[in-house]
Design a protein around this ligand. Structure first.
Ligand SMILES: Nc1ncnc2c1ncn2[C@@H]1O[C@H](COP(=O)(O)OP(=O)(O)OP(=O)(O)O)[C@@H](O)[C@H]1O
Length: 224
């Protein structure tokens, strides 16, 4: 499958956030989005997640276009936003079962539990309000994987996650891309993490600082 982003622009009122962003991603690739605060990384992820719309340009994922096929796209795209959205009074298990019901797939309890464990979360019967911030983030990631999306969009997913879990999650994401041939798009301000996880990077915003930083890393830059 291919994701093709062609001259996408987005403004909020008079403020131009994305200007003619174009790049392509293939199944099996992990792409890092980098850029300063406010550059537009989350705005692009929200457009790709079908939560927001571009003002111009076109986007296609496989056979589906963002202009016409939003319902079909929602079935194959997963999104982990920066903000945590969980039922605080319910347990990890109850949250997973609730979001499974909302999805288009059937997952057994064992499969749901395994997704949490893949994200290094081992608190199946604990109420969410007793979890730490990092654990809640892990649960948010596990929820985004329930429908096994072709394109997984992660907005700073590892903020507040301990180093050991970060390493394990990175391993899981690499396996998901390389073995299961899924696409992953990832934002982070941690350049070491981007370098160790991503196959290529996209620099959002016209920012010479980031452009130079990326050139120094020898990473493959697919859009700048
Ligand atoms: N719904 C909105 N209404 C108005 N302005 C918005 C809205 N969403 C985002 N913006 C503005 O668009 C710009 C880009 O925001 P965005 O969240 O995409 O940046 P970002 O690159 O993800 O930043 P960060 O690294 O801080 O997460 C910012 O100036 C922000 O204030």
């Amino acid at each position: 499958m291919q994701l093709e982003i062609e001259k996408v622009s987005k403004s909020f009122g008079k403020k131009k956030v994305l200007e003619n962003v174009s790049f392509q991603v293939e199944s099996g690739e992990i792409i890092g989005l980098v850029g300063e605060n406010g550059a537009g990384k989350s705005s692009l992820l929200r457009i790709l997640a079908t939560i927001s719309k571009a003002n111009s340009g076109s986007i296609r994922l496989g056979e589906w276009t963002y202009g016409k096929n939003r319902k079909q796209l929602r079935r194959i795209v997963g999104f982990v936003p920066q903000d945590i959205a969980l039922w605080e009074d319910m347990t990890v298990k109850e949250n997973m079962m609730f979001f499974e019901k909302l999805s288009w797939v059937h997952r057994s309890k064992e499969e749901l539990k395994k997704l949490c464990e893949d994200m290094e979360l081992f608190k199946w019967n604990e109420p969410v309000h007793t979890l730490s911030g990092g654990m809640k983030r892990k649960l948010n990631m596990a929820i985004s994987l329930i429908h096994n999306p072709e394109l997984l969009l992660l907005d700073e997913p590892t903020v507040g996650i301990d180093l050991r879990s970060k390493k394990e999650i990175a391993g899981y994401l690499k396996q998901r891309a390389k073995v299961d041939h899924k696409m992953i798009m990832y934002t982070s301000h941690d350049m070491d993490e981007i370098q160790s996880i991503c196959d290529a990077v996209v620099c959002i915003g016209n920012d010479p600082f980031y452009e130079n930083l990326l050139r120094e890393t020898n990473m493959k830059i697919i859009s700048i």
